[in-house]
Design a protein. Sequence first.
Length: 123
Amino acid sequence: MARVTVEDCVDKVPNRFELVLLAAQRARTISSGVPITVERDNDKNPVIALREIADETVAVEDLQESMVRSMQRHVEVDEPGEDDFTIDTSDLEMQIPAGAQEAESADDESDTGESDDADEGDE
């Protein structure tokens, strides 16, 4: 088979820079063990990737999706919205330690005494 040139692939991927990115991504996947769709012919993985793109044995859209996924650092996960779930609070019980109840009672008494003094000063 004749050597593959970029011109053979530009018909399938018009942007040369995108072509290089896609071919590099496909070459990486071939290196990781994904089966090739053309004969090897003693070619290296980047040449095989270009041949696959030129022969249209791999989908360019799949390569683009694979490239985007490989470069993502944060993968968005569909989380349920606020309306999709409800919280059942009937089983929850508020437990206050015994010491905290006494301190809370003392705070309530001191608050009511202060407010009475403030009301008297206004008159």
